[in-house]
Design a protein around this ligand. Sequence first.
Ligand code: K7E
Ligand code: CUA
Ligand code: CA
Length: 628
Amino acid sequence: MKKREELESAIPESGLSRRKFLGATALAGAVGATGLGGAVMTRESWAAAVNEAKSKYHIAPGELDEYYGFWSGGHQGEVRVLGVPSMRELMRIPVFNVDSASGWGITNESKEILGGDRQYLNGDCHHPHVSMENGRYDGKYLFINDKANTRIARIRLDIMKTDKVTHVPNVQAIHGLRLQKVPRTNYVFCNAEFVIPQPNDGSEYSLDKSYTMFSAIDADTMEVAWQVLVDGNLDNADADYTGKYAASTCYNSEKAVDLAGTMRNDRDWVVVFNIERIEAAVRNGDFRTIGDSKVPVVNGRKGSELTRYIPVPKNPHGLNTSPDGKYFIANGKLSPTVSVIAIEKLDDIFADRIELRDAIVAEPELGLGPLHTTFDGRGNGYTTLFIDSQVCKWNIADAIRHYNGEDVNYIRQKLDVHYQPGHNHASLTESRDADGKWLVVLSKFSKDRFLPVGPLHPENDQLIDISGEEMKLVHDGPTYAEPHDCILVRRDQIKTKKIYDRDDPYFASCRKQAEQDGVTLEADNTVIRDGNKVRVYMTSVAPQFGVTEFKVKEGDEVTVYVTNLDTIEDVTHGFCMVNHGVSMEISPQQTASVTFTAGKPGVYWYYCNWFCHALHMEMGGRMLVEKA
Ligand code: K7E
Ligand code: CUA
Ligand code: CA
């Protein structure tokens, strides 16, 4: 793609103002392909080309997008839901952060899910992935890692709320995360990035004796099923379409802590995990446990029958399975190449019938800093080039022919992106249904692309039309820190609830407590005193709480349960107790609860903080706190 100045000078003096032109530069990629480079561009043909490009991604008011996009919120700790191709933000799902609007990290329900880790206020999400059935998205769950505090979380996609959080033991910093695709998502595979002593109890500190592990989490129970001790470190992972193999990149085979040390070896490796053999080892008791953890840990270090280490250059990063199930692609990062590993050769590798490097069937040179590859389902890969600030479209079959000595050009196109892309992700690309329509490129720097907002810049998530022969950049999307990765799912693959079911497990513990107190959540407005514990049960119907006044004593542990009896879609209430740090969402037919300590004697108002009615401002009540 041409630079802005070249494009500008290519525009004839036909009346298109500079200002209008600059406004259209996001479409330059789209228009460039239709003849901007030539001298024949007139104002009319320019405008027609702009309009054609716009009509493909512009979703008119009231119209719905074709795809759900789930965006990681990076070190902001949440997951965001976008509509694609409009790139409109639809919802935010708090996960490892605290959210004042929904009460995530404040309500009892969220604290119960956050479990022993609720003392952490931060998270670092990278890799959102949607559960699968036979290699296709089933739309049930989305899983996401937390690198900062070594956790993974599961989000129920029917209500778009986090419903499980698991701390992974024996390791530090869960980074790569992928799901088993076939026969279904039984396992969530995740990589811990940093090597630590085993056990990490202060009896050992040397890097030499430090290791990390590949972990498999049972996707249904969210318990850790097993872990595999490996050599080197672990970065990104993916699984195959047979259910037999998963693979991970290692960039720190040197086990160095300094930068130069991690770059010492010309080749690091991809470690391939043999799932069947690992399961058999666990079944046969061929494992150990570490420290207090009961999780079976099997030995997958070099020489083990459970793994194979395929050397690849150099500090590889992304690991991506092609949607035809044929290849694992390891992205070279410090090498301008990606390594194409033929999955059909892995049986031979594990049977020691061929050499490790024989599994590599191509190593195309794409450009500087290849990080991640995605696919269009038509045999092409799209690899981000971090240093070149480009996406490279290349043909896998041609890269293989080239590797075998044929004189073919496997590179189809290089497109400038703005700037320094990390992940990119094509529609449905992690499933058999990869449809090659849209490509989202998550650029790490936006520099001059948006109005300045101070020293901290947004990132730039760019939308590229890949439905034709050429990639066309059609949209710039500023995002807050830091969506490493996203996933695009067809809208019919996700089925959401409009209102809660009254027996939803999300608030089962409210129901349990109410039963013990002889209270019917849906009907009763009552206050139960139990020593210094006070439980206030109230209903809400727009625009009123069922309880408008209750008395407690200073220092009481007060729990408020609100059951929203409204059955109308979109009528969500809130409960905010002034000067108590208490705020939560109660959506239609939901029960939510929050516990706090009653403050100094006096009057405290509570109010509904989700706009629900013309008389929403009037929806409130008073807590009267008496001297203890
Ligand atoms: Cu490349 Cu965490 Cu997938 Cu960032 S990771 S870009
Ligand atoms: Cu109820 Cu606002
Ligand atoms: Ca290295």
